[in-house]
Design a protein around this ligand. Structure first.
Ligand code: E4P
Length: 218
């Protein structure tokens, strides 16, 4: 499974780049607004740190022509930029054109397998299925992910399923169980995935026993 980091925070991205485990980055207008730095500068700095797809989102959602204009601007910033397109009829027209031009796309705010099917048929590179926002409303966000993974396999689409709106390590457990190709993970959740009290106590005990033993590496 590929790990993307869901962040526009350059310090977080620098830290995950050092971990060497992160395959790509997703940003969105809300994450960028939180950081308050320039859109282009932030995306280019991220591209300099991570060798993989970096999603930059267009802000128009109801006019394919304008979406294409914005898409060409962000795609010109770096070869690794993937254009993030909000799902909808105009967005899918834009995805179809961008795919024909060889520009990679990440279709975002997907909640159902029928939406994902349309996006896959339009040629989306990544299908961003949001789970946390459904769970927040007492739904089961992973149901659509499971259906979408099966749909992509069944019809042999080239699109990859990207689990987004991740709120806990349990979402990653479930993503693994259903065979999703990618999860985009907030920094805090990635840090939590390293932790287990038995790992901590196990390491402490090994260290303690070693220190008492008088053994060394000679
Ligand atoms: C990533 O591509 C999405 O924009 C992001 O995961 C949404 O997460 P949220 O529901 O926590 O805002």
């Amino acid at each position: 499974m590929k790990f993307f980091i869901d962040s526009a925070n350059l310090e977080e991205i620098r830290q995950v780049a050092e971990m060497g485990l992160v395959d790509g980055v997703t940003t969105n207008p809300s994450l960028l607004a939180k950081e308050g730095k320039g859109f282009k500068t932030t995306i280019q700095e991220i591209c300099a740190m991570i060798d993989g797809p970096v999603s930059a989102e267009v802000v128009t959602s109801d006019n394919a022509e304008q979406m294409l204009k914005e898409a060409h601007i962000v795609a010109g910033w770096h070869p690794n930029v993937v254009v993030k397109i909000p799902f909808g009829p105009e967005g899918m027209k834009a995805v179809k054109k961008l795919t024909a031009e060889g520009i990679k796309t990440n279709v975002t705010v997907l909640f159902t397998v029928t939406q994902a099917l349309i996006a896959a048929k339009a040629g989306a590179t990544f299908l961003s299925n949001f789970v946390g926002r459904v769970d927040d409303l007492s739904g089961e966000g992973m149901v659509a992910v499971r259906d979408t993974v099966n749909m992509v396999h069944e019809y042999e689409f080239a699109s990859e399923v990207l689990v987004a709106s991740v709120r806990s390590p349990q979402h990653i457990v479930e993503s693994v169980r259903c065979g999703a190709q990618i999860a985009t993970i907030p920094f805090k959740i990635l840090a939590q995935m390293y932790k287990h009290p038995l790992t901590t106590s196990g390491i402490e005990k090994f260290t303690e026993d070693w220190n008492k033993s008088g053994l060394n590496f000679d």
